[in-house]
Design a protein around this ligand. Structure first.
Ligand code: HEM
Length: 195
């Protein structure tokens, strides 16, 4: 098959996003350890930045990569009509069929140019999750200058909980995502070479 399935802009923004998300999570966990909101700490080996000041520097540097790269991904996906083509429609009937096929272990993967309903929902959910992460992060960073975001999150303390839970969902997504990629490794070639 010689047709490009995944355009260059998606591949570039996907890999830059993967780097940004991993650095954001690991440095964020170090920041969490300096002022935990729950009664547990994260093992040091899973964190980045060494100390609070270092972790904040990593977090703020890669925040810009996450934001700008994410905006480029979203704008180009909408402008080219790719978002509509790849992620819609989502039909409950097809979702039930795809879930049943998955449970039976016979979900079809022969046409890799189209996402099945589970993929569509998984990808839309992580996109929404990252938007929530950015908004709750801004609410924590500038609670006075950005009162709207802070209010939207139910105040500063709530914004921290939302930020943490959204991070936890991202970790869960990444683990399932990697298992899925391992199950259908051909998709990895497409996300690297485009076809
Ligand atoms: C670090 C290791 C990662 C690997 C090896 C990887 C691999 C892949 C592959 C192979 C695909 C295409 C899968 C398919 O055809 O269904 C894909 C798509 C996708 N991945 Fe990842 N990924 C990684 C990290 C991430 C992270 C950290 C995120 C976000 C938090 C992410 C979000 C997505 C999204 C949203 C898509 C769909 C993109 C689109 O078609 O517009 N990935 N990934």
């Amino acid at each position: 098959m010689n047709v490009v399935i995944t355009p260059l802009f998606v591949r570039l923004t996907h890999w830059l996003n993967a780097i940004a998300v991993i650095v954001m999570i690991m440095s964020g966990l170090r920041i969490y350890n300096a002022s935990p909101i729950f009664d547990f700490l994260i093992p040091k080996e899973l964190t980045l930045g060494g100390w609070l000041g270092g972790a904040v520097l990593w977090h703020f540097a890669f925040m810009w990569l996450l934001l700008v790269n994410g905006l480029i991904y979203l704008i180009l996906n909408f402008a080219t009509g790719r978002a509509k083509k790849k992620f819609l429609p989502i039909s409950p009937k097809e979702l039930v069929r795809d879930v049943l096929d998955t449970l039976k272990g016979k979900l079809a993967h022969d046409d890799l140019s189209q996402y099945n309903t589970i993929q569509k929902l998984a990808y839309l959910s992580i996109i929404a999750d990252i938007i929530i992460l950015v908004i709750s992060g801004l609410a924590i960073w500038k609670p006075v200058q950005l009162p709207l975001f802070s209010e939207l999150m139910g105040g500063f303390e709530n914004a921290r909980i939302v930020h943490f839970l959204a991070m936890a969902y991202a970790v869960f997504f990444i683990m399932v995502h990697l298992v899925m990629v391992a199950v259908v490794p051909k998709t990895l070639r497409i996300m690297i070479r485009g076809k």
